[in-house]
Structures are given as structure tokens and as C-alpha cells.
Design a protein around this ligand. Structure first.
Ligand SMILES: Nc1nc2c(c(=O)[nH]1)N[C@H]1C(S)=C(S)[C@@H](COP(=O)(O)O)O[C@H]1N2
Ligand SMILES: [Mo]
Length: 447
């Protein structure tokens, strides 16, 4: 299979990216571990050429340049027509260029199966250079203290030895929706767009692990990948997370080499990634080269609380929560999006308006979907389709008529098959801003 995106363009892109990073390297002592967010952030982003470029771009000196957070894209830049380029992507909103983080506006998630160009990008480190990602020579090592027979497979061996499966799987960043928390939680200020649901093709993680032998004391798996820590220190992982054995052994947990029947896009983990649908997408390791079977909770970078963890009990907004009172996030909560129409449209009074979108509920299913046009006083049931397979998002539509001309908001609310509803307001404040599943709403002018 050929890499779908023009290989030459992508090669140049990834080379350019690395040149950019090399020209303005991050020194180890510039990276500080931020206790609040458990993130490696960078002090004093703007140095030398970087500062010069930025000053040129904004057209003035930047008196507080030294305070600018890592990877911040100046608002002046963000509004320009020439944002940081994401090769192979279209219409994404870039939040950060180092590491690269970009989300998808809701109306660009309208497809039932998310196209590659609209799948969000969330990087914790520097992506590997494309020239180092050769699907012909790529290997996956299975090891760990709870693996009976550690084995290294070439990608070709994985493909020939194990049965192939294709599932449509929802991947949502644990921090999706973070921007709505008050007080603000630091980290990427995602609004609604760190979610996607493409199809993935690969082999079952279970089949591969069983072929290597799983010891009785196995409790967790962990992944390792080819991307580089922001400091470029080869002894550090950009991220190395995992899931309990029960999730690892599910039918839908895949070691995937294809997305939507094509090579996985470069920025989404080409040539191989782990896919654990319905869980924080941080468990779905990109550029995957090693999986370990562990006899304890995996201890890779960003695995332990407070990373990807929430308080075990509800806390008042702003509370400091000790790590021992945090638990690692498993299944994501019920959530939905309105993907048509785009917020802000005008619609003719004489015609009904058909709204639509998707709903998902982590490991569960969505059983009911509701829509309101009167700020949540009354709700009408939307038509909701069954998922094409477990862990795929579900499509919903609803035909709306309005009592008179004027400004309306369409609110959408999903309920999972255990009776849990999305909250109307941003509920469950937590120190790192995970799991905001508040209802999505759009504005509509009826004219
Ligand atoms: N190797 C590697 N895998 C990774 C990451 C990363 O930075 N490096 N980011 C994780 C996080 S936090 C998320 S939300 C998803 C994002 O997947 P995407 O970039 O393909 O949308 O990848 C996960 N897997
Ligand atoms: Mo994430």
C-alpha cells in the first residue's frame, strides 16, 4: 500500500518540521515539569531567530516575549491566513506547533466516517521524521515481565500471521473540552474538536499477545513509540501509556496499519498504531514499535496520576487534589456533537431544519438522543442509529420547526445505556481539565 498523501510533499514537510525544530532547539533546562499539569512545558519560547520571526509576523516588538508559553501561537498569527501548516490536514484549528496540537471544528466532523484530513492531531513530543518510518522494515516488539516468549514481528509478519479486522473506532482526547472549565485547567485548550471516528484495520492485540504468551500475573499493557521527547533526550519517552488487560484483550483493540483503507496519516501514527476505542485517545499509541505486558500498572511517561487522572470523589472547582486521591481514566463519558448545520447559520422560517451529528459513550452505547430549541426547557427525541460496531459513534438526526422568526440555540444531549445523560453545564471540574462532556450547542437565526 502506498502512503496516500503525496510522499514527496510529506517527506519535505517532515524534514522542514525537523529543520524548524533544529534551528530553534529546546534546551533541556528550558523544559520544566509543570506540577499542576504534569506536562513538560517550555519556558521562554522565543529565542533568537524564533523571536525575530515572531516580531516580524506580529509587526511589533513583544515586551513580554519571555512569558510566552511553550508553543503558543500568537493570536495575531492565529488570525492570519497563513497558519502553521499541517500537511495532509484541512480546516483544523492549530492550538500549538510544538508539540503539534490541532482540533477539528464541529461542522468538519459531519462525515459518518471521519476522513484522514479531518482527524485531529495531538502530539506530546516531536513526531519521528518520515524518512525513519519505513513500513517495509518496521518492527513491533512484544516484551515485558509478564510475556512468556518475547518476540519481534515485522509489519509483514503481523499482516501474514494474524487475522485482519476492521472497525470504526471513536478516539477522543481525555482533555477534549478542557477550555470550558473554570477556573481554567492548564493544558491544551481544546474546545470540542479532539475527537474522530475513522475506521482502522489491523490485527487484534489479543491475538498477538496470546501468540507471545500472557503470564498469569499480567495486569496491564504499555506501549512505546518512535516519537521523541520535547527535550530530544533519547532516554525519555514523549508518552508511554497503556490499558488494563481487560481492555487490551477486547475484540476491538487493534494494532492497526490502515485508517479508512489507506496508510495511517503521518501525523496520526504511520506506519503502525495501537487503537483502544472509547478510552482516552492517549492510550492509542502512534508510531508504535513496542508493547510490554506488565505485572503492575504500566509506569511509562504520563501514565501515573495526575496525568490522565481525575479525583476519586467530586471536588469543588479549584481544589488541589493529592495524587493518591486520583484515579486513571478508563472509559470516556457519554457525549455528542452537532455537525450540521454550522453554528451561526440563517435558516428560512418556512422550511423545517434538519440537524444532525454523532453521539458516543466510551465503552457503552448511546441509547437516547435529545434536542432542544428552547434552552433546555423541552426536549424532543432525535432519531438515533445503532453503531456500525461496538465503540463506533452513532449518527443522529432531528427535524426541527420553529414557532417564530428569531434567534435560537439548538442543544443536543445524549444518554448512555446505563441512563447517564450529558450534563447541560460543565460538570465535574477536575485539576487537569479532563472529561468535559457538557452538551454541545449551536446558534441558528430563523429568518
Ligand atoms: N506515540 C504517541 N502516541 C500518542 C500520542 C503521542 O504524543 N505520541 N498522543 C496521544 C494522545 S494524548 C492522543 S489524544 C492521541 C491523538 O491521536 P491523533 O493525533 O491521531 O488524533 O494519540 C495518542 N497517542
Ligand atoms: Mo490526548
Amino acid at each position: 500500500m502506498e502512503h496516500k498523501n503525496d510522499k514527496k510533499t510529506l517527506d519535505q514537510y517532515s524534514k522542514g518540521l525537523h529543520e524548524l525544530y533544529a534551528e530553534n532547539p529546546i534546551k533541556a533546562d528550558e523544559i520544566v515539569w509543570n506540577r499542576e499539569t504534569d506536562q513538560d512545558t517550555r519556558r521562554g519560547f522565543l529565542k533568537r531567530s524564533g523571536l525575530l520571526a515572531m516580531v516580524t509576523a506580529v509587526g511589533a516588538s513583544i515586551p513580554f516575549a519571555k512569558n510566552m508559553p511553550a508553543g503558543l501561537i500568537p493570536a495575531a498569527y492565529a488570525q492570519s491566513d497563513e497558519p502553521f501548516i499541517l500537511e495532509g490536514k484541512e480546516g483544523l484549528k492549530v492550538l500549538n506547533d510544538r508539540p503539534i496540537n490541532a482540533e477539528t471544528p464541529p461542522h468538519l466532523l459531519d462525515d459518518e466516517v471521519t476522513p484522514a484530513k479531518h482527524m485531529f492531531v495531538r502530539n506530546n513530543g516531536l513526531p519521528p521524521e518520515l524518512k525513519d518510518l519505513d513500513s517495509e522494515t518496521w518492527t513491533l516488539e512484544i516484551a515485558g515481565e509478564s510475556c512468556v516468549t518475547p518476540t519481534t514481528f515485522t509489519l509483514a509478519e503481523l499482516k501474514s500471521r494474524f487475522k485482519h479486522y476492521t472497525y470504526q473506532l471513536t478516539l477522543e482526547c481525555g482533555g477534549n473540552g478542557r477550555s470550558e472549565f473554570t477556573p481554567a485547567a492548564s493544558g491544551n485548550q481544546w474546545s470540542t474538536g479532539a475527537v474522530a471516528c475513522p475506521t482502522f484495520t489491523g490485527v487484534r492485540l489479543r491475538d498477538v499477545l496470546e501468540a507471545c504468551g500472557i503470564k498469569d500475573d499480567a495486569v496491564y499493557i504499555g506501549y512505546y513509540a518512535a516519537d521523541v521527547h520535547l527535550s530530544r533526550d533519547p532516554s525519555k519517552q514523549a508518552i508511554s501509556r497503556g490499558v488494563p488487560m481487560s481492555k487490551a484483550l477486547e475484540d476491538e483493540t487493534l494494532i492497526a496499519w490502515a485508517m479508512n483503507d489507506e496508510d495511517i496519516p503521518y501525523l496520526n501514527g504511520y506506519p503502525l498504531r495501537l487503537v483502544c476505542g472509547g478510552w482516552p485517545a492517549s492510550t492509542s499509541g502512534k508510531w508504535l514499535n513496542k508493547i510490554v505486558i506488565r505485572n503492575k500498572i504500566h509506569d511509562g511517561n504520563k501514565m501515573a496520576p495526575p496525568a490522565y487522572s481525575v479525583p476519586k470523589y467530586p471536588v469543588a472547582p479549584g481544589t488541589k487534589v493529592p495524587n493518591e486521591d486520583m484515579e486513571i481514566i478508563g472509559s470516556m463519558p457519554v457525549k455528542s456533537l452537532i455537525t450540521f448545520p454550522k453554528t451561526g447559520i440563517s435558516h428560512q422560517f418556512s422550511k423545517p431544519l434538519t440537524v444532525r451529528g454523532h453521539a458516543w459513550a466510551g465503552d457503552l452505547e448511546v441509547s437516547e438522543m435529545y434536542v432542544s430549541i428552547d434552552f433546555g426547557v423541552t426536549w424532543q427525541k432525535a432519531q438515533l442509529r445503532a453503531p456500525v460496531n461496538r465503540l463506533a459513534w452513532q449518527h443522529w438526526t432531528s427535524e426541527l420547526t420553529f414557532p417564530e422568526k428569531g434567534y435560537y440555540e439548538v442543544w443536543a444531549r445524549a444518554v448512555d445505556n446505563e441512563g447517564k445523560s450529558q450534563p447541560m453545564v460543565v460538570a465535574g471540574w477536575n485539576p487537569k481539565g479532563y472529561l468535559n462532556n457538557a452538551c454541545h450547542r449551536i446558534a441558528v437565526q430563523i429568518v
